[in-house]
Design a protein around this ligand. Sequence first.
Ligand SMILES: [Zn+2]
Length: 174
Amino acid sequence: MILTPHILIGSLIGSKTKKPFLIIILGILSHIFLDYIQHWDYDISGIVNPSSDFKYFLICLLKIFLDVFIGFLIVFFISNKKGYLNKKHLPFIAFGIIFAVFPDLILFVLYMFNLQTIFEQYLLFHQKFLHTRAYSGFGFWGVFNQIIASMIFISAFFIKIKKRTKTSSFSKIK
Ligand SMILES: [Zn+2]
């Protein structure tokens, strides 16, 4: 998927749990899960071979930047509304985002530093198994399901699960 839904679910994970190990596991699993859903992706083939077309390389970087920017902007608005803009919450939210985009981050580094041949197995898994499914003519629905996924993650921030405690049920009887 594009980075915005990954960023949203990462921040959601970081807002719900403060256990670093759990954040890492859930973050990476969320990435695999979201990428496995058939989706549309914008073309970033320009970062694979920067020297061949520098202008297109910059355009691809700009696309990634905009995607990350939109994701961060939404997280900022949610955090502002939920009162997460503080030391108690932000580090975990940032941690969640990092690990939710981590598999793509590795991909980016591999391409940027031309390390594709060394990590072929990883590329095969991420690009061919997860991402290439995206290019099978999945236009409208591939965009639509990312919007739906993003909306689910945003609303999950605001859903309050009522904890039914013994005291509250007793007080109801009274
Ligand atoms: Zn990915």
